[in-house]
Design a protein around this ligand. Sequence first.
Ligand code: AMP
Length: 196
Amino acid sequence: MIAVVIGPPGSGKGTQASRVATRLGIPHVATGDILRAEIAKESALGRELEPIIASGALVPDDLILRIIEARLSEPDAASGALLDGFPRTVAQAKALDAMLEHRGSSVDVVVLLQVPEDELWRRMRRRAAEEGRPDDTDDAFRHRLVVYQAETAPVLDYYRSRGTRIAAIDGVGSVDDVTERISVALTRRQRSQRAS
Ligand code: AMP
């Protein structure tokens, strides 16, 4: 099963995608984590990425697509993947569809994690104190929210127009409760897929 988790910055998609992927037995593929690992390695690419990510802007589509193509070609992704933070633009969504079509597969379900904006700010400030991510500053976060509305929200319209199932999940509540809500939606989907 190929599932995509979409949600605004601070919606908890990283935490939730990791927990849900473990439950489903498919790899959690988070482009943000892959990019941050590249920065931590202090590679030439990492040094190029660092200021882009710290500002809250998106990194170029072609780079992300190369990362995803390589990751989905690894053996553990043969039975599917839970994609977190990708696709983030309509161009990425179209490229993903083309990539999956080649492999005889497609996006099965999109999980939309919904959290009101005041709660997103509260969570970002808590995470900033705990983790110190360079893009968890007021300016970068404001920019990430704008980018989400302008670039990522249209991805949902794209999937809607393609008839892909979208599971809208209330992302407010305890971490366990939200994991449960997503798992129920995806397990149902995984079962009906296996039955067909
Ligand atoms: P995340 O951990 O998903 O919040 O991503 C952190 C940052 O990594 C984003 O603000 C972007 O700068 C970059 N990034 C992650 N995924 C993508 C993507 N699919 N396309 C472009 N940039 C991305």
